[in-house]
Design a protein around this ligand. Structure first.
Ligand code: DUC
Ligand code: ZN
Ligand code: ZN
Ligand code: ZN
Length: 481
C-alpha cells in the first residue's frame, strides 16, 4: 500500500475552506491535518511515498458526474464514447466517479439491459462508476424487477415523458412506477418534456420546410418542459415518491420545482453546463445564418434544448443553483460525432441524434462560475461532488475529503488556464470530431487527479488505466427532507 501527502493546499468542502494537509494510505484518506503537522513524531513529507505540493491551489473532492450516457443506442446510432474513452476524459477533467444509465428498452427485461451495461463497463472504466436504471417499458415484469435494483446497488431509475415509441412512459405507467418507487425507497428521475406534443410540433415545422437544427429547439418549446415538470411533480406528490428532474433548462420548470420545494416536497432539479452557458441565439449566430441557421447548429442539438438567453433562462439556472432550487450540475454527457452521426439529420432536424459531450469540462466550466461570481467556491464543490454523492447514496465514501473516505482528490490551480479546442489544437479527450465548447476559456485548471489513492493525472500527463475504475454499489439517497 502506498502513501501520499497532499500538502500546502486549501482544502475546500461544501461548508468551508481551510489550509490543510491530506494524508492518504492506500485507497483511503486517513487524516486531514494542520499544515506541516507531524504524526506521532514523524515528519510526514519525509515518511510518505509521494508528496504533492498544492501550495496556492485548491484541494477538492473528486468530481461526481451523475448523468452520463456511454455507448447509448439512440437515433439509429450509438453515443461515441465508450466506458474507456468517456472515463478517460472524465479523469482528465477532475471527475473521479460517474453514474451512467443502464438501459432497458421497450420489450426487453431490466435484468438483460443491466447485464449489458455491466459488460460494457467491466474492465474498461478508468474511474469508478455506478448505474441508474432507465426503465423503457413499465409493465408487470419491470415493476417486479424494480424490487431487485437496490440489491444490485441501484437506488435510482429514470423514466421518460418524451420519445414516444422509444423510451416514453405514459401517465399510467409513470404512476405505477412511482408507487413502486415509494414502496422501495427508490429515487425517480424524470426526463420531463411532453413528447407526443413535441412530435406534432416537429412534424408541422418539417412540413413547412423548417428542417435545420435550430427548429429542434423551437419544437421543444419551454411550455413542453414546464407542463411535463408540473405533471411529474403532481404524480410524485400523489404517490409520495421523491422526484429528481434531470437536465432542467426552462426557467418555468425551475419555478415548478421551486414551488414544490416551498410546499416541503422531496423534489430536486439538475441542470447542465450547456443550459448555463449556451443559448438558442448563439446556436443560431454561430452558424452564420441568422434566420434559420445551418447544419453547424447540429453540434448543440440536445434535449431538453438550448433556450433563449433574451428570455432569461440561463440567468434563472444560475439563480436556481444559488437558491438550491436546483441542487446539482451533471453533464448529460451524450456525445455524437458530426460525421456519420449528427449528419443523419441533415435535411431533417428530427433525425439528429440528441446530445452534447461535456464530461471533461464540467469541473472547469463550473469553476468559471466561481471566477465570475455566480457561485461560491464551496457551492462549486457542493454542486459537482458533495450533493451528487448524497443524492445518489455514495456520501462518506465519495463527495468529501475526510478520514475514511475514498482518496478521490483533485488539486485545482486557480492561477492556471484552460482553453478548450479541437482540430490542430485539440485539447479534449472525448471521442468526438468537434466540441460544443470550442473557444471556451477557463481561468483555472485541473492540476492533479487522484482516484482511490492512485494518481491519474499530474503535470499534464495521464497515468490512468482501463480497469482501475470499480463498480459502485450505491445505497438509498441521503438527501431527503
Ligand atoms: N437527451 C439528450 O440530449 N441525449 C440523450 C437523451 C436525452 O434525453
Ligand atoms: Zn433525458
Ligand atoms: Zn440523459
Ligand atoms: Zn498545473
Amino acid at each position: 500500500m502506498s502513501t501520499l501527502l497532499i500538502t500546502g493546499g486549501t482544502v475546500v468542502s461544501s461548508t468551508g475552506r481551510s489550509l490543510a494537509d491530506v494524508l492518504v494510505d492506500g485507497e483511503k484518506i486517513v487524516a486531514v491535518l494542520a499544515p506541516g503537522s507531524t504524526l506521532l513524531g514523524h515528519d510526514l513529507a519525509g515518511s510518505v511515498d509521494t508528496v504533492i505540493d498544492a501550495t496556492g491551489k485548491y484541494v477538492v473532492p473528486g468530481g461526481i458526474d451523475a448523468h452520463t450516457h456511454f455507448e447509448l443506442p439512440f437515433g439509429g446510432t450509438e453515443a461515441s464514447d465508450t466506458f474507456e474513452s468517456g472515463t478517460t476524459a472524465a479523469a482528465w477533467g477532475g471527475t473521479t466517479s460517474v453514474i451512467d444509465f443502464a438501459v432497458q428498452t421497450t420489450g426487453q427485461r431490466i435484468e438483460t439491459g443491466l447485464a449489458t451495461w455491466h459488460e460494457k463497463a467491466a474492465g474498461n472504466a478508468v474511474v469508478d462508476y455506478g448505474f441508474h436504471q432507465i426503465i423503457g417499458g413499465v409493465d408487470e415484469h419491470s415493476l417486479k424487477s424494480m424490487e431487485t435494483l437496490l440489491d444490485e446497488g441501484i437506488s435510482s431509475f429514470k423514466l421518460f415523458m418524451a420519445y414516444p415509441g422509444v423510451f416514453m412512459s405514459d401517465d399510467a405507467q409513470i404512476l405505477k412506477a412511482m408507487q413502486k418507487a415509494a414502496e422501495l425507497g427508490l429515487l425517480t428521475m424524470m426526463h420531463a418534456e411532453n413528447g407526443p406534443a413535441i412530435d406534432v410540433l416537429a412534424q408541422q415545422l418539417y412540413d413547412q420546410g423548417k428542417t435545420t437544427p435550430y427548429f429542434h429547439g423551437v419544437a421543444r418549446a419551454w411550455q413542453m418542459e414546464e407542463e411535463a415538470t408540473h405533471r411529474a411533480i403532481m404524480l410524485a406528490d400523489l404517490t409520495e415518491s421523491p422526484l429528481y428532474v434531470v437536465h432542467v433548462s426552462a426557467k418555468q420548470a425551475v419555478a415548478q420545482i421551486a414551488a414544490a420545494r416551498d410546499r416541503g416536497k422531496n423534489v430536486f432539479g439538475e441542470t447542465c453546463p450547456q443550459y448555463l452557458y449556451l443559448s438558442l441565439e448563439e446556436q443560431l449566430g454561430a452558424t452564420g445564418d441568422p434566420t434559420w441557421g445551418d447544419f453547424e447548429g447540429a453540434k448543440w442539438v440536445c434535449s431538453t434544448p438550448l433556450r433563449s438567453r433574451a428570455d432569461g433562462h440561463q440567468d434563472a439556472m444560475w439563480q436556481g443553483l444559488r437558491t438550491n432550487d436546483l441542487q446539482m450540475v451533471s453533464t448529460d454527457h451524450c456525445p455524437f460525432c458530426m460525421k456519420d452521426q449528427k449528419e443523419l439529420g441533415r435535411g431533417d432536424f428530427r433525425a439528429i441524434p440528441n446530445g452534447i459531450g461535456t464530461i471533461e469540462h464540467r469541473m472547469d466550466l463550473m469553476y468559471q462560475g466561481v471566477v465570475t461570481g455566480e457561485i461560491t467556491l464551496e457551492r462549486w464543490v457542493e454542486l459537482t461532488s458533495t450533493t451528487p454523492a448524497r443524492m445518489f447514496g455514495l456520501y462518506g465514501t465519495k463527495g468529501v475529503i475526510a478520514p475514511g473516505a475514498d482518496a478521490d482528490v483533485v488539486v485545482y490551480d486557480p492561477a492556471g488556464h484552460t482553453s478548450i479546442g479541437i482540430g490542430e489544437g485539440r485539447t479534449h479527450h472525448m471521442n468526438m470530431d468537434h466540441s460544443a465548447w470550442e473557444g471556451y476559456e477557463i481561468d483555472g485548471h485541473v492540476d492533479v487527479v487522484v482516484s482511490r489513492g492512485t494518481v491519474l493525472v499530474s503535470d499534464g500527463e495521464f497515468h490512468g488505466r482501463a480497469g482501475h475504475g470499480n463498480y459502485l454499489k450505491r445505497g438509498l439517497t441521503q438527501y431527503l427532507v
